[in-house]
Ligand binder design. Structure first.
Ligand SMILES: [Zn+2]
Ligand SMILES: [Zn+2]
Length: 304
């Protein structure tokens, strides 16, 4: 009986979707590509400070080279119709304004050469994500939003940090801003509705997820799970890679050249795995090594 029902259902499905015919439904997200490897810094004199990858025509990923700083952070540059949004300015010792300016010029040339205004925001306020800010403060047509809950609340018109998210229009491109304190008080996630990319900074990436405020972190992860429940998530992209391709194994802190590093991209399943682990702890966050990342509470110092 069950077998006959399955055959009947299969027959119905085949009739509805004949081989070779595309579904007329709209594409869920605008697609892009990621490189097979982001390895950088093998031979330093020849390595440029940033590797620039075109995910698609309107979204670029920049990775700072390990030759300039062991943190090797990832930066994201998204374009609306006539403006751009830069997420993070990198760690010290790199000409980030030069690299970003080069991408903006190329993009502008493809779009009639009009000037492009730039908004600079940060996944959070740690030094390896804001060190290049000074290079943008005097740039023409540029707004730098400070990495503080107050500045983010004012710029994105957030109501009730951190419980509420806000949507931001980058000249026609809608990006959701979701406050996720815990790693750092001004941590945010950005969700790009066009590509379905969720940018999570240092809160979720293939590496050591340092947790400074456990209660805030747990609540933030739950909010991210709820936020993504009814949305397409193409990739979850964080700000570092510290794990190797071998499950449960990370590189020691300070490694500049990672020949066999983990892929940058994670999926929503990783977010659910993180949420499960944190929820099971029922209280203080404990160090836990998972397949692709490690939850790592930071002990508060007794001093002021
Ligand atoms: Zn950080
Ligand atoms: Zn970082």
């Amino acid at each position: 009986m069950a077998g006959r029902l399955a055959i009947l259902l299969l027959g119905t499905w085949l009739a509805a979707a004949p081989a070779g015919v595309q579904s007329p439904a709209a594409e869920p997200v605008e697609r892009g590509t990621l490189p097979a490897s982001w390895v950088t810094g093998r031979s330093c004199p020849e390595t440029p400070p940033f590797r620039i990858h075109e995910y698609n025509a309107d979204l670029f990923i920049l990775r700072q080279s390990g030759c300039t700083n062991f943190e090797k952070p990832f930066l994201y540059l998204l374009f609306g119709e006539r403006s751009a949004l830069l997420v993070d300015t990198g760690a010290q010792k790199a000409d980030v304004a030069g690299a970003v300016g080069q991408v903006i010029e190329r993009w502008s040339a493809r779009h009639g050469g009009d000037p492009v205004s730039l908004v600079v925001v940060h996944s959070h306020g740690h030094g390896d994500h804001i060190a290049g800010d000074a290079q943008f403060t005097s740039r023409a047509n540029t707004t730098v939003v400070a990495a503080s809950p107050e500045a983010l609340t004012a710029f994105f018109r957030l109501t009730g940090w951190p419980e509420t998210s806000a949507s931001y229009s980058l000249s026609g491109r809608t990006i959701d801003i979701i406050p996720i304190p815990g790693h750092e008080p001004a941590s945010i996630a950005l969700y790009d509705r066009r590509t379905g990319l969720l940018l999570t900074g240092d809160t979720l990436y293939p590496g050591r997820l340092y947790v400074r405020d456990g209660a805030a972190f747990a609540a933030s992860i739950q909010r991210l799970v709820a936020f993504t429940r009814d949305k397409p998530v193409a990739h979850i992209l964080g700000a570092h890679i510290e794990n190797t391709r071998t499950p449960y194994l990370d590189y020691p802190e300070g490694t500049t050249y990672q020949a066999d590093e983990h892929a940058l991209e994670l999926g929503r399943a990783h977010l659910l795995e993180l949420n499960d682990a944190v929820t099971q702890m029922r209280g203080p966050i404990e160090r836990r090594i998972l397949r692709d990342f490690t939850i790592w509470p930071l002990v508060r110092s007794a001093g002021p």
